[in-house]
Ligand binder design. Sequence first.
Ligand code: CTP
Ligand code: CA
Length: 227
Amino acid sequence: ERADALPRDLEGRHVVVSAGGTREPLDPVRYLGNRSSGRQGYAIARVAAQRGARVTLVAGHTAELADPAAVHVVHAPTAREMQVAMHEAATDADAVVMAAAVADFRPVDLAENKIKKGGGEVPPLRLAENPDILAGLVRERPAGQVVVGFAAETGDETGGPLHHGREKLRRKGSDLLVVNAVGDGKAFEVSDNAGWLLGADGGEQEIPNGSKALLASRLWDAVRARL
Ligand code: CTP
Ligand code: CA
């Protein structure tokens, strides 16, 4: 969809979007990270700006994406930094979208110097659980704020991606959840995206395979309807 064809229906709204993956440092040169490129979150931020919103984009690590036009970008490399940035930006937001791939765990210890091999023993990797940023945003949201989560699901022996998505929506308590089926080269490191948009009100919409900008448009349509 062309920017000049988009409705200006987010005019006067402040929206906050997280994107990219967090990197949890182990020593000055190493981290635990993930394969998120940030492309979907950036598309969501860009489309919101094109529809007239004031946009704050809280960015973890991305595939060197350029800052979208007319978007305020805050960099937050780790989960804990992202948590602080999201809560700060969300205080006066009309909608919050957690598209970032937040590392579930971080190394307990951050070595001051580069960890060296030798000495005969393999160092243990002790992990601590990161805060659930989305759950905290849901807990502390001001009245009327619409909160959106994402879930990338492969499915397993207990059920498919949609089944896991429904469970996650209930657990997280967000208003909307975008569920992407992943695996087999889907979603990660590709430019297209397909999935479902699930509402806490029971609404379910299939999102056909299309561009990340198209998914972003469907997402803002659903948010707009709840504002
Ligand atoms: N999320 C978050 N903080 C975390 C982990 C996840 O805010 N520490 C957010 C993600 O940005 C996403 C949603 O929660 O919007 C779902 O993330 P996901 O990794 O699918 O869910 P988890 O609760 O971490 O469950 P699991 O990875 O075990 O499936
Ligand atoms: Ca997770």
